[in-house]
Structures are given as structure tokens and as C-alpha cells.
Write a protein that binds this ligand. Sequence first.
Ligand SMILES: Nc1ncnc2c1ncn2[C@@H]1O[C@H](COP(=O)(O)OP(=O)(O)OP(=O)(O)O)[C@@H](O)[C@H]1O
Length: 201
Amino acid sequence: MSTATTPLVVFGPSGVGKGTLIKRLFADYPDKFAFSVSHTTRAPRPGETDGKEYHFVTQDTFKSLLSENAFIEHAQFSSNFYGTSVRAIEAVQSTGRRCILDIESQGVRQVKETDLHPVYVFISPPSMGVLRERLRGRATDSEEAIQKRLATAITEISYAREEGACDYIIVNDDLDTAYNKFRDVALGNPIQGDTLPPLDD
Ligand SMILES: Nc1ncnc2c1ncn2[C@@H]1O[C@H](COP(=O)(O)OP(=O)(O)OP(=O)(O)O)[C@@H](O)[C@H]1O
């Protein structure tokens, strides 16, 4: 299968730099990569267009799509449902682009049950201390929200330690070094992956 048809799943704790890496990839290769458009039951925010940021659907529609196995992964955040449909991935593939999925380990586990067979990349922080500093430096969350994200980070990291959880581990310490590795994986070039740091600090 060519890389244009094999999706790339990117996961890792919140604040590790997934968005930073993906944004740079999209900027460098605007015609090669894209996110799929997810479904959500949450209301559109001002400026959001149906089919662009999300496919906005009702709870009933979401449930019927779910029962038709339309989603390769889905999750609930507060009272809203979010899901990635097979068709949304196919829509990206039909443009000749590689589909990038930025999801949590809960979603990764679900994708593993499907016949999608993507490439899985785990983005690791160099240490828990650095992750904490990045979350604080981003200054988008309260200290309480940061503590919650750090607790969730433990779940993400312990999943990455499981046998066969990921094809590649990239430690996002120096951004350019991590990006070069990430770009190579995204372009379908094999890399020497990193080993997971102890992350016991
Ligand atoms: N290698 C790096 N060195 C220093 N700072 C970095 C590095 N990579 C990312 N950052 C910074 O860390 C912060 C978190 O990055 P980012 O928002 O991309 O994380 P994320 O994994 O996408 O988080 P979320 O899952 O919550 O969206 C940002 O302020 C970003 O600029």
C-alpha cells in the first residue's frame, strides 16, 4: 500500500507537541497530508462550517452511524460524541493525500480492532518535567486542568509501553530533530525510532 492510502495515527500525551509537528508538516507539504473531518454532536461554534471543521450531527444520527459501524473510532467528551468515519478517511485518500489521525490511546485501541492498518507513531516527551513545563508554557489551561492532563499522560505513556502499541516512537526534545524524524515517517521513509525515556520524574 502506498503512503497516500495508509493513514498515519499520531498519539501521545497532551502538550507533547503533536499539533506543532503536524502543523509544520501540513505547512511544508500542503498537497500531501490532511486530517479527516470528524463527526460531532456538539453545536457548531461561530465561524464553523458543516463538513469543514466537523460533520455536525444530532445524537440520533450519531447513534445510527455508530450502529452501522461507520466509525473506526469514537469517544465522548463531556456530553458530546466525536467520531472518525471510514468515509471521512476515504475522502482524504480520494484526493491522493495521506490521512493523519491525531487521537488518544482510547481511539488507538479501537482503530486496532478495524482493518484500517495505519502506521502508529507515538510522540513522547523527554521527561515528565518537560511535559509539565510545556503545558504551563502554553498557558491555555488552569493549573487544575494541567494536573488532569498530566494524569491522563500516564495512561497514554503506559499504553505506548504495551507490546505492539506503536510502530515508531519519536521523542520530542529538540523540535527540529523530532520534526525531521516525524516528516520521514509521514513521507513513508523508514527511520531509526527512539526508545521511550524512563518518564519516572
Ligand atoms: N520540541 C519542543 N521544544 C519546546 N517546546 C515545544 C516543542 N514542541 C512543542 N513545544 C511547545 O509545547 C507546547 C505544546 O505543544 P502542542 O500544543 O503542539 O501539543 P499537543 O501534543 O498538540 O497538545 P494537545 O494534545 O493538548 O493538543 C506548545 O506551546 C509548543 O509550542
